[in-house]
Every structure is written in structure tokens, then in C-alpha cells.
Design a protein around this ligand. Sequence first.
Ligand code: ADP
Ligand code: ZN
Length: 428
Amino acid sequence: MPIEERRALQGKRLQKIVSYVYHNVPFYRNKMQQMDIQPSDIRSVDDIKYLPFTTKQDLRDNYPFGLQAAPQSEIIRVHASSGTTGNPTIVGYTRKDIEIWSECMARCLTSYGVTRDDIFSVAYGYGLFTGGLGVHYGVENLGATVIPASTGNTEKHIRLIRDLGITGIACTPSYALHLAEVMEKMGIDIKDLKLRFGAFGAEPWTEKMRAEIQDKLGIKAYNLYGLSEIMGPCVSYECICQRGSHINEDHYYPELIDPNTLKSVREGETGELVFTTLTKEGMPLLRYRTRDLTTLHSGLCDCGRTSIKMGKIMGRSDDMLIIRGINVFPSQVESVLLSIPECAPHYRLIVDRIDNLDTLTVQVELRPECFGQFDTIEPINDLEKKVSSKLKSVLSIIAKTQVKAPGTIERSQGKSCFVEDRRNSLTD
Ligand code: ADP
Ligand code: ZN
């Protein structure tokens, strides 16, 4: 859709949703009244700046259904956020919400050529988490065959991938790597598989990780982004160009702000993503602060789409670690580790406080193919020094490195937990 036409559509939808929440959600009516704003003050999408923000804390304060706009009789499904950063938040969906979600999800898959002839396996968790059912309905909407594999039972899943000729898979990027490892152990050659594409998301991942997955599984790996508060997977998706993720902005209107001043940042600069749901009935949200940090890029994409694109998620404003005053995102550590050929993409960061000083320990696995060269302690010590010195030169952080044997760092089936912050459990 041409940009001007879409902006007009967004403006119309925004007016409608603002009036809807004003009349159906006391939380928003009170906020708007306090700010002296009437629904009729919103005339175009530019007026979004007059509207109040919504935070995760607002959702928690109104737990479970306080921000729901539709009556319970219209709600046909409930999901919850995975609770990575605290208590889960509950989201109710109407039938129309589920239809729009499925359509947006089908758009994601279509953008890299998934068709009715494909067999798509969904290896996100099914349940309250939006990943499983969200992608499932998208595959069905498109008319491809869906295999509801869910997580767990990796070997059985791999046999299905081979025997059924599965062509696409959706899961977390870390689980994709785990699949590749197990496949290798089972002696399955990717040449005997029909896998062609993967939709990976629910946790941050890097370009290096993408290269690794593409290489090991012999597929194209595409980013898929979403969050339960706004809908679930489908908020944005990569196209065949693999350069940024197109936002389904006719339904989820994006803004990028400085998390401290709350003012919008210039295009290309990093900021916190904020979404307004333009068509949602169950739990519509105005200017929801995702705490996800990224960049936005407008302009026509080589694939022909006009929708705005977001960069990779650099991290969440609340998973940023502050170690001796230096801001560190786990994804930055990952990039450094993966630039060292002997390091596998399996790692864990342990933050502690010893004698009132923050300490960071980085545990990283050796690549199995390098294992043979590390039969004495010396080369391991050398590699540990090399990793620590690279972390210091690139990120200016002082970290102790522990190189671990392949396969010894726990794998996750859902969202990975790369960080153990022991400072939170200190009692003194
Ligand atoms: P929770 O916030 O409890 O993890 P959700 O299950 O709704 O709840 O997860 C949404 C969050 O997951 C996003 O806000 C984002 O931080 C992360 N996420 C989802 N998709 C991606 C992706 N493709 N890249 C990076 N992070 C992602
Ligand atoms: Zn594109």
C-alpha cells in the first residue's frame, strides 16, 4: 500500500480505537481525562503524541482483566506472556483478534515464499505462550500443512522432519541450533532433508547465529518478532532480503522513543519500541512500551513492501546488565564470542558481587571440532585469556572466561536464559 494511503488508514483506525478504549476501559478514560484529552482531539496519526503511554506495570496493576475492552462473552481465547521478567500478563482475544493475528502471521510466512504446498512444523511451546498457537493458526490460514510438534522430544521431531519431508520450521533460534546438534548425533545428513526455511524469534539473536543456523540446517533463517501484549508472533517479520523486519503497521503502529525522555528518536537511532494496536478488540493498548531496544527504517524495501522495518532487537532495556557501571547486553557478549572460531554459540553469563565489586563470568563451550586440540590445560588457558582480552577490548568489560566442554551448558527448549544474576539474591 502506498505510504500516504496507509497513513490515512492508520489515522482512521487510531481515531476509532481511541474512542473505543475511552468508552470501554476506565483505566484509559481516567488517564485521558487527567491529561485533558478527548477522543475527538485525535484527528490523524500524528496526534498519537498526545496519548498516554501504557507500561508493563499498568498491566500488572490491572491484573488479570482490568485493561480488557471487550466483554468476557466476546473473548474466545486467553494467552499470557512468558514472564521472562516478572509475573505474567494476561491477554484476552476476540474471534476477530484471532483472525487478524492469523492473517498477519500468514503474511510473515508468505514473505519468504511459504505456500500451501509446504509442510511447516511449529516447535514453539504450545500453551499459554503465544508462540505455538500463534504460528499454528498462521500456517493454517495460509493453507500449508501444520505439524504441531511443540517443544521436547527432539529426536522424534527430527525423525518427523525427515520422514514427512517437512520444509519449514518455527522455533527459538537457540532451539534451532539444538536441533542441528541432535541431528548430527543421530547421524542425519541435512542433504536427506527437505527443510528450506525457518521462522525464528522469541529471543534476541545475532547475524553470526543466523549464519550458523543457516549453515548447519541448510536453510534460510528469518526473524520473527512479536509480544503477547500486542498480539504474539507476527508483529514484524523478515522478508526474503533478510535486512530488517517489516512491521505489520496497519495493525500495530510503531514509535521509537528515548526511554528516559520519552521523546521520539530520529530514524536510524536506537530507542525503545512502542506499539499502539490499531484494530484489536480484546485488549487494545495505546502506546505500549515494549522495553525492546532497536532501530526503525522507512523507505521502499527491495522486496517491494512499503512498510516500515525494525532492526534486530539489541536487548530489552531491562535485561541490560550494569557491570561496574558499564552497560552490557548479553547479545553484545554473544557477538564477541562468535567472532572467535573456537567458541560455540552456547554460553552463559554469571554476574555476582564479591567484596562489593560486580564480577562477570562468561562460560562458553568449545566447538566439538576443536575439542581434540584441547586435551591439555594450556591451550584452554590460552583460549580463556583470548576471550577475556577480546571482551575487554571490544566491550570494555572485565570478565573471567571459563571454557567448557561441548554439550555441557544446559540447552533450552523455549526462551533461553543466558544470564544468571546472583546479585539479586544477596542478603547483606
Ligand atoms: P515475555 O516478555 O514474558 O518474554 P512474551 O512471550 O510476550 O513475554 O515475549 C515477548 C518478548 O520476546 C519481546 O518483547 C522481545 O523482548 C522478545 N522477542 C520476541 N521475538 C523476538 C525476536 N525476534 N528477537 C528478539 N527478541 C524477541
Ligand atoms: Zn522487504
